[in-house]
Design a protein around this ligand. Structure first.
Ligand code: GEK
Length: 254
């Protein structure tokens, strides 16, 4: 019996092979070539990503407030925004996804259209440093703050905290670095083993590392916690960690 024909888009187009051949370590950009393979890239590169996304729905459900705005900042193709959408039980909430990559926003529109939740999602192709924020109950920065220049991070977090209602939250996931060089080396090695186990070659791992190091600046957990408290959140806790990838919850006082 002949095999059923393959789906309309060949699988090669969806598999991340961007660093499989020799490339100059030029700056990594969220352009169309990255957007096309993004779901495969993030799943195979970020330990815990497939656990974190459904937890964003659970956390949103706990903290969303009727009549408020929810934001997914650096929404890429909308995975976190869709998780938030399914965690929002109120018709009078507004969900906003923001990303400054037009290639990401274009594809995100399709993902939102394919989803069955009735809650409208408004997408903005804007810089999260400039986008308007107000009346927020749940905001997500799922692996986005790490791409913001470090000197801009405190202002952004203060703006988010200032726009958040009492009892509202910020969900923050980041690649972190460790105080001790020994732990940094061990956790980095384990992360690379995770990538190898997911089919990335040594060449892909080392070339991606060189490219991403120029744009992704990780900080320590202590730096993140202090800055979130300084920004105006009352409580900061870690709800997930796998190797050097951490998800935090920052809660505003009631
Ligand atoms: C997910 N949250 O799947 N303004 C707007 N967007 C930005 C900015 C900025 N200043 N800087 C970076 N981005 C997603 C994954 S990916 C994480 C987030 C990763 C956007 C950038 O265009 C990209 O789409 C996203 O932040 C980071 O849950 O690639 O590791």
């Amino acid at each position: 019996m002949s095999k059923p024909s393959s789906p309309s888009r060949p699988p090669e187009q969806l598999t991340d092979r961007l660093f499989a051949t020799e490339r100059r370590p030029e700056d990594f950009r969220f352009d169309a070539s990255v957007a096309r393979v993004f779901p495969d890239m993030i799943r195979r590169s970020v330990p815990g990503y497939t656990t974190i996304i459904p937890m964003i729905e659970v956390i949103t459900e706990q903290y969303v407030q009727a009549g408020s705005n929810c934001y997914d900042l650096g929404c890429s193709l909308g995975a976190s925004a869709l998780a938030m959408r399914h965690g929002i039980p109120y018709e009078n909430c507004t969900l906003v996804g923001v990303d400054n990559s037009s290639a990401m926003i274009e594809r995100c529109e399709h993902h939102i259209a394919l989803d069955d939740s009735p809650l409208p999602v408004s997408l903005r192709c804007e810089d999260i440093l400039e986008t308007e924020l107000s009346n927020a109950s749940v905001t997500t920065l799922n692996f986005t703050l790490q791409f913001v220049p470090p000197e801009e991070r405190a202002n952004l977090l203060a703006r988010i905290a200032g726009a958040t209602r009492p009892g509202g939250v910020l969900i923050l996931s980041e690649k972190i670095r460790f105080e001790s060089d020994e732990e940094q080396d061990t956790q980095t090695r384990l992360h690379h083993e995770f990538k190898r186990a997911n089919g990335y070659s040594d060449l892909e791992i080392s070339q991606k590392r060189s490219a991403i190091e120029q744009v992704l600046i990780p900080e320590t957990l202590a730096t993140h916690k202090k800055r979130l408290l300084d920004a105006g959140f009352e409580q900061v806790l870690v709800w997930y960690q796998c190797f050097n990838f951490v998800s935090m919850l920052a809660i505003k006082a009631d």
